[in-house]
Design a binder for this molecule. Structure first.
Ligand SMILES: Cc1cc2nc3c(=O)[nH]c(=O)nc-3n(C[C@H](O)[C@H](O)[C@H](O)COP(=O)(O)OP(=O)(O)OC[C@H]3O[C@@H](n4cnc5c(N)ncnc54)[C@H](O)[C@@H]3O)c2cc1C
Length: 486
């Protein structure tokens, strides 16, 4: 029986940690602490304000270094919005709101129209688009039939041909109401689901839908989630399930006026115990029945406290370095791979900034590692003087990593070549991104071993690794973990 009098420690105040606290409160837990090493909440949802000129007048606007968008399938994020009282804009944007428009730009600077049959008409293009449409329909059908059960959050049982979790469908609240947030789970057997352990490119091949990668690549690879020859199909399809992928195609997306970080700032303000900032968890010891957590505050002093339970929402491959990790934890968590996603917000030479976001599809291949894959224009009303965020990946399995400094320089050169010379870079960063395991480890039941570990030594694992590295999957993972174990 859950005991909501227990004292719980949560490591990390990103979307995962704060949603864990919210769901704990919904279950009546009041004795919890969230430790955050930085001086801000939101983790990779970081929305700094910058001074810009609008109609000749200086004003402050929010920009994004991390998460930007959501979609109709963002159910757990909706619960966070409701809790914090801060809501998204879109999918239909009004004047003065951030926008989600985008174009496709070739490396010679010209604009491409890969999905518009009438622009630059050719029979080859028309034939290609017809093939793509047919394969999209086929994939949609396969996911509803052959791969039934694929679209619940998390990976429990998939390697064994089973599914278990909270359903992600459009009506995916699965019975959750304002009064009772904890939904019914879906559960079943489907041996075909084992195919989802394959790299996405292979999964498409065995199903005769290779063309669909043209659609999936922009919101996947350019968003830093890796390349299709290395990432298990389960990760691709759980994040970009058919409904969500079509929302991207049809530009039916959400974004937040003051940035995604504000979702979490608002939630944090409403929590009974807001996150304790600038306090890093540096040691975890778990003698029989207890959890001892040592933190280091901004004064550099260390303090050890006793808890009943621990929720780790931070990278598990780092957790084993500061915790009394068991043999199984060490073995399992050292298999985690993460992407090295790099970005910066740029200001451009006067009148030379992009006026719409752009995908550079030619750079979304491992051979072009470290090159700019996408740039994000947030404020249409600022015209060609709007700062933009530029993004690149620095790693791919089987290709040497690219150094951060080289990535930065390469992105500058790319942007100049396509017509957007960078004046200054702001907030340049490389992030630990999209933790996952290889197809082989997936196939060998890595996620089921993780599930079996939940609760041992009073420790629970949440965050990006559970399902996928986006806001919705991480918040839904918190709902799942708190829902089942607390
Ligand atoms: C460039 C970029 C674009 C993105 N775009 C989108 C998007 O459009 N839509 C979307 O849904 N998602 C997007 N994401 C992904 C999304 O931001 C992440 O999936 C989400 O933030 C993960 O939440 P988390 O809480 O699991 O981890 P994090 O956000 O990484 O938070 C973890 C927190 O733990 C803290 N921490 C770590 N170690 C310790 C320790 N030892 N002690 C105390 N605190 C610690 C960290 O400082 C951090 O604040 C994007 C991310 C990036 C970087």
């Amino acid at each position: 029986m859950p005991n909501n009098k227990e004292k719980v420690c949560i490591i990390g105040a990103g979307p995962a940690g704060l949603s864990c606290a919210m769901y704990l409160e919904k279950k009546g837990y009041t004795d919890y602490k969230i430790y955050e090493k930085l001086n801000k909440v939101g983790g990779k949802c970081w929305s700094p304000k910058m001074k810009v000129k609008h109609n000749g007048v200086e004003e402050e606007r929010s920009f994004e270094t991390g998460a930007i968008m959501g979609a109709i399938t963002y159910h757990a994020v909706s619960e966070m919005e409701e809790f914090g009282g801060y809501y998204h804009k879109g999918p239909d944007f009004k004047e003065g709101e951030p926008n989600m428009r985008r174009e496709f730009r070739k490396l010679d600077g010209t604009i491409d129209h890969p999905f518009e049959p009438k622009v630059n008409f050719s029979f080859k293009k028309t034939f290609g688009l017809l093939k793509l449409k047919k394969q999209m329909k086929k994939l949609n059908h396969l996911m509803q039939t052959k791969y039934y059960g694929y679209d619940c959050y998390g990976h429990i049982g998939v390697a064994k041909g089973e599914y278990f979790g909270i359903s992600k469908g459009v009506d995916g609240y699965c019975g959750a109401t304002k009064e009772n947030s904890f939904p019914n789970y879906v559960k079943g057997t489907n041996p075909n689901l084992k195919d989802l352990a394959l790299p996405f490119s292979e999964f498409c091949k065995i199903n005769g839908v290779e063309e669909v990668q043209r659609i999936w690549i922009a919101p996947f690879t350019s968003f830093g989630y890796g390349f299709f020859d290395e990432i298990p199909a389960a990760l691709v399809m759980k994040y970009l399930d058919v409904t969500t992928a079509l929302e991207f195609v049809n530009m039916k997306l959400w974004t937040w006026q003051d940035g995604t970080q504000q979702i979490y700032v608002h939630v944090n303000e409403k929590l009974k115990h807001p996150a304790i900032l600038e306090t890093e968890v540096v040691k975890v010891e778990r003698p029989e029945g207890k959890v001892l957590v040592t933190t280091r505050g901004k004064d550099g002093k260390e303090k050890t406290e006793e808890f009943d339970k621990l929720i780790v929402t931070t990278p598990l491959d780092y957790f084993i370095n500061y915790a009394d990790a068991t043999k199984e934890e060490k073995e399992l968590f050292s298999k985690i791979i993460h992407e090295r996603y790099c970005d910066y917000i740029a200001t451009f030479d006067e009148g030379k900034s992009p006026v719409i976001s752009g995908y550079m599809v030619e750079n979304m291949v491992p051979e072009r590692l470290g090159h700019a894959m996408v740039y994000y224009n947030r404020w249409q009303c600022l015209g060609n003087d709007c700062p933009a965020t530029v993004y690149a990946l620095a790693n791919h399995t089987g290709t040497p990593d690219v150094d951060f400094d080289v990535v930065m320089k390469t992105m500058d050169e790319d942007m100049k070549k396509v017509g957007f010379p960078i004046k200054e870079k702001h907030y340049a960063q490389e992030v630990y991104y999209c933790p996952h395991v290889s197809s082989e480890d997936y196939q060998n039941g890595w996620y089921d071993r993780l599930e079996a570990l939940q609760g041992t030594k009073n420790t629970y694992y949440a965050g990006e690794i559970i399902s996928f590295g986006d806001m919705e999957d991480t918040c839904a993972a918190s709902k799942d973990i708190v829902g089942r174990f607390f």
